[in-house]
Write a protein of this length. Structure first.
Lengths: 146, 146
DNA sequence: CAGGATCCCGCTAGATACTG
DNA sequence: CAGTATCTAGCGGGATCCTG
């Protein structure tokens, strides 16, 4: 039997995935990554956000748990831990434990996570950039319909 | 007093929005658009998905309610209607009622919606393209952690 | 055809308390 | 510091019935 490389098998399988189909695994994956905490965690680890003198763009970097917790204002420990675990399981972030005392845990994007971040960053920035336009649209809609 | 153009006001306001902040409106907007139904509706209206002989890329087009309902396999009327209303209110899609009998309703992307679609399409395609990789990662993680 | 209105269940986010 | 464990209220979301 002919041996397929991983890349070949992936190319083969890719055409079989369609998120429009209810039963397709990619539908569930899409659901997982369509999450505000995922978007914000990837953005944080990807180095987004206001940096002094650097106009909101930074390098991907490792961040500690508490650092993330502070950055994602309002996130509960539960959601942060839970989302990080899910991302780790899917291979989007790595979790590194350094046996200091107290223990130090850092999270970092994998290459796979970085590839998603490049897309997700756009979403977050879109939301911030078009906020006013959306607000205007809502006002107009509510006045027209409401 | 100096008059600001809409573009200037938007540029001014943009720097005030930060989805990392819990109270920022853009956080809620990010939450709204981080939704699998939003991703799939935009993808559908943007002309994504398998087209006979066209390798999954199509033109943006108007779609009827029932058409969308069929395309997004497994979506309930409630979620479809609800999501479409939200998108309409935010100015991402237009809703056009044609007084035939029975009535015909079509949805179409606005320019704003189209701009988001360009980003969202990437997410859906990412999920489909990297499904196998993620599946492998999960298997490895589950075996390692158990 | 394209929804509106209701009922209701399940899961999940959030708060709280505890720990290595 | 970086979580785990537990509990609960709330609502997301599906099912169902109805209508212009």
């Amino acid at each position: 039997m002919p041996t397929l490389t991983a890349a070949q098998k992936r190319a083969q399988a890719r055409s079989d995935y369609d998120a429009f189909l209810a039963g397709c695994p990619s539908r569930r994956l899409l659901d997982r990554i369509s999450d505000k905490w995922v978007a914000l965690i990837l953005a944080a680890l990807g180095g987004d956000g206001p940096h002094p003198g650097r106009d909101g763009v930074g390098e991907p970097r490792a961040m500690r748990y508490s650092e993330l917790s502070r950055r994602l204002a309002g996130v509960s420990q539960k959601m942060l831990t839970q989302t990080l675990r899910s991302l780790e399981r899917d291979g989007l972030v790595t979790r590194t434990v350094t046996p200091t005392v107290p223990v130090t845990v850092t999270y970092e994007l994998t290459d796979l996570g970085l590839s998603l971040h490049d897309l997700m960053r756009g979403i977050k920035e879109w939301a911030e950039a078009h906020m006013d336009e959306v607000l205007d649209n809502r006002e107009e809609y509510d006045g027209r319909v409401g």
